[in-house]
Design a protein around this ligand. Structure first.
Ligand code: PLP
Length: 443
């Protein structure tokens, strides 16, 4: 056996080598096919090898792959910014392009700090986030993340910022409370935290409108984000909507916040934005935030070599045009409902499936040891790791995760299939999941 020189994500694990992909499938070097029901991690929104995106990328690479944006703008970055700003609720939004979700959120956090700094509000520095959240792996973004399993090994190196509970009705809604009452109670935690910390110390609040990897696709209760918006306005706190996973059409509207009826000050997109054809992310800001950097102000002190990369933006333009021209968000909404119905029909009565949920083609199931108490399996059962092994064994790519309960306990599976999903793929998913669950729980 030849020794690999790769420093793998998981040391000691062996990975099959992916050699080819097409539509809903990835193939490894043995010819085994994997049904891609999570687009990796909510990335491949168009499926694999979409000819229009491949062609657009080849054309751009042949014409001009890269020209540093400290010296030049480029046509794909201009075109993609216009497309994204055009889909935003307010006129004159501005778009800053980076290469991945962590960079987009790092950019958002630095924008928030510098925005207040430029106004003389030097003490507005803290970023409030939520207990179950993931905003990226760079220092600022990980500091703002609540995801315990992902923070644990960083010791006390991360910045300690305040956090509030997520809006997670399955676990936190009281019995005698309507969803609307619960939404208000959950959102008011933000106000209490701001009052405790002092609004003059807070730069921004960051949240995912639909929580992805940290909770296994949890939508907020109705009215939650509207109340959050009110609180942010009242206390002069910027609202950052992390749509790295749930944006770019994943939940059935281009921006996930559209369905929550609020306008964020800063929105971040990545993953589906270039559909995996290139690494690409975007930080989209309201006009008033952009104006906070102009005129006599010092500008935005930030930048990476690949900001506004021409080839990456060309892939982004092609992806967004495909979403529009092929009317794929209609399929996201239709197939999303069918996927939810199929999961419920098969697993609602399953003794270890506690909740089936989500929006559009962003769905999750939460696994519990006891349906009545919602008690998760103990860590020692290694449910999440076993699920991962089983999915690969059965030729299925979905995204098992942990930590949906307090202290990092809990297991869930996230589904974020390409927007070209058809019923036959959902049927195959259900078959594979049923076999996997038998192997997992009967063991
Ligand atoms: C909501 C959210 N924000 C940020 C990130 C970080 O993105 P990246 O892995 O591209 O740096 C992720 C990645 O999964 C994410 O799900």
């Amino acid at each position: 056996m030849i020794m690999s020189s790769v420093f793998y994500r998981n040391i000691g694990k062996t990975y099959p080598t992916a050699v080819r992909s097409e539509g809903m499938y990835i193939f490894d070097e043995t010819g085994k096919s994997y049904l891609d029901m999570s687009g990796g991690a909510a990335v491949s929104c168009l499926g694999h090898q979409h000819p229009r995106v491949v062609q657009a990328l080849c054309d751009q690479v042949q014409t001009m792959s890269f020209a540093h944006t400290a010296f030049f703008s480029n046509q794909p970055q201009e075109e993609l910014a216009t497309l994204l700003a055009g889909k935003f609720a307010e006129p004159d939004a501005k778009v800053y392009f980076t290469s991945g979700g962590s960079e987009a959120n790092e950019t958002a956090i630095k924008m928030a700090w510098q925005y207040w700094h430029n106004q003389g509000a030097h003490s507005k520095q803290k970023i409030i986030s939520r207990v179950h959240s993931y905003h990226g792996n760079t220092f600022g973004a990980l500091s703002a993340s609540g995801n315990l399993p992902r923070r644990r090994d960083m010791g006390d190196l991360l910045i300690e910022w305040p956090r509030i509970d997520p809006c997670y009705a399955y676990r936190h809604q009281h019995e005698n409370e309507t969803l609307e009452m619960y939404a208000l109670r959950a959102a008011n935690q933000l106000e209490a935290t701001i009052q405790r910390e002092g609004a003059e110390t807070i730069a921004a609040f960051i949240a995912e409108p639909v929580v992805g990897a940290s909770l296994g696709v949890v939508t907020a209760a109705p009215g939650y984000f509207q109340r959050i918006r009110q609180i942010c306005d009242q206390y002069d706190i910027l609202l950052i909507s992390d749509e790295i996973m749930c944006g770019t059409g994943r939940t059935g509207t281009f921006y996930a916040h559209e369905q929550e009826s609020f306008v964020p000050d800063i929105t971040t997109l990545a993953k589906g934005l270039a559909g995996g054809y290139q690494p690409l992310a975007a930080t989209i800001v309201r006009s008033k935030i952009h104006q906070g950097f102009g005129g006599t102000k010092a500008g935005f002190a930030h930048g990476h070599t690949y900001v506004g990369h021409a080839a990456a933006c060309a892939a982004g333009v092609a992806v967004v045009q495909c979403l529009d021209d092929e009317d794929l968000l209609t399929n996201v909404r239709t197939q999303g409902t069918l996927l939810q119905n199929a999961l419920e029909a098969e697993f609602d009565q399953h003794p270890f499936i506690g909740d089936i949920r989500g929006r559009g083609l962003f769905r999750g199931i939460e696994i519990v040891a006891d349906k009545a108490t919602k008690q998760p399996f103990p860590d020692a059962r290694k449910i999440t790791a076993k699920l991962h092994q089983l999915t690969m064994k059965h030729g299925l790519i979905c995204y098992p995760g942990g930590g949906s309960e307090q202290d990092g306990l809990g297991s869930h599976i996230l589904f974020a299939p390409p927007f070209i999903l058809q019923e036959e793929h959902t049927e195959l998913l259900i078959k594979k999941l049923s076999t996997m669950f038998q192997e997992l729980f009967d063991a």
